[in-house]
Design a protein around this ligand. Sequence first.
Ligand code: ZN
Length: 188
Amino acid sequence: MKAAHRSLHLVALLAAGLALGQSSSAPPPPPPSRAERAAAPSPRSVELKDQKGKVVGTVLLVETPHGLLLRGTLNGLPPGTHAIHFHETGKCEPPFQTAGGHFNPARKAHGMLDPAGPHAGDLPNLVVPKDGKLDFELFAEALTLGDGPNTLLDADGTALVIHAKPDDYRTQPSGDAGERIACGVITR
Ligand code: ZN
């Protein structure tokens, strides 16, 4: 009886092995969208600090097939309308002039209202309410965390900067946005 059971088990194992061999020798091709997702760079979190070094926000940068999605939360910035831009150098030493000008690999003019604009790093203004707390989402079509000229992860990195004033979307070279009140570094 025991011997018969054992041989039955053996047959079952052999059958299972054959089935596995067949399925792994001809795997179905993965759908393209899945392959693209697998190749996409991981999201990056950017910590924004004010000129005194206090953390005033966090922004998650999420790569999509069409550009970069920003998911941010701010706490402690002055109420009102503030410009927000990606700048060309990943260095945030107060008063944040170290971040350089706007990230602009295509050498365009500044601003959505300029026919020769905008910079890749230009973004719509943020409106911070009285309590200083704001959750926001923005989309930056020209930017990527992947390869190519528009990557935020270039040799010297980039910086996400919030300004004291609104961007008027047309004054060169930076929308008359005033002082830089918060900055966060994006580097490899
Ligand atoms: Zn600009």
